[in-house]
Write a protein that binds this ligand. Structure first.
Ligand SMILES: [Zn+2]
Length: 192
């Protein structure tokens, strides 16, 4: 009998009597646990795809154009394997006035399958190499990034430049860093 989902397990007999049908339904369900972001961010397939995203970001950037790249990450419990969704890209940012770009990730699977398997998301921020030297931005996750990760109860992973702040004209080949963000280092267990 599962105690998960009840405020207390001490009165489970009472609840069982009161709610026999529901208990029977619940008892056939299983708890699904998702991997911690410490495992996800070092998974070879994930690392490979994160590096691809960073290269694509650098290759796309030119005068008057830059955009973010990212993808969802999924967990197949039966094989204990982590795998990446398709590469997605944010809208082109044609100017340098707002130095932050953005990306809106779309699920790779129908709602149920997505909900049952998604375990994290990744995106990268953009270079300012082709922007004038008077613009700058702080690196690291934005408030929007953190809010998105928390609202989805998923860990977020980010590639951005290593310096705390970058300026227009800074080389796109400067060193980058990986950061994880949000309240959830691991997606909460799911019962289904
Ligand atoms: Zn971001």
């Amino acid at each position: 009998m599962l105690c998960i989902g009840f405020s207390s397990c001490s009165n489970e007999n009472d609840e069982f009597v009161q709610d026999n049908k529901e208990m029977n339904t619940r008892s056939v369900k299983a708890i699904h646990t998702f991997p911690n972001v410490s495992r996800i961010k070092t998974d070879p397939d994930v690392v490979k795809k994160m590096n691809e995203a960073w290269e694509e970001m650098k290759n796309y950037a030119a005068k008057g154009k830059r955009r973010e790249y990212g993808f969802y990450i999924y967990y197949d419990e039966s094989s204990d394997k982590i795998h990446c969704g398709k590469m997605q890209m944010g809208d082109n940012i044609p100017n340098c006035e707002g130095t932050h770009a953005s990306i809106e990730l779309k699920p790779d699977y129908p709602a149920l399958e997505f909900q049952n398997t998604v375990c994290a998301h990744f995106h990268c921020h953009t270079t300012l190499q082709y922007c004038p030297s008077y613009v700058s931005r702080e690196t690291g996750p934005s408030i929007g990034d953190i809010n998105f990760a928390n609202s989805q109860q998923l860990p977020g992973i980010l590639y951005d430049y290593e310096d705390a702040k970058i300026y227009g004209g800074d080389s796109k080949d400067k060193k980058y860093k990986m950061q994880t963000f949000g309240e959830y280092a691991q997606r909460p267990d799911r019962i289904y």
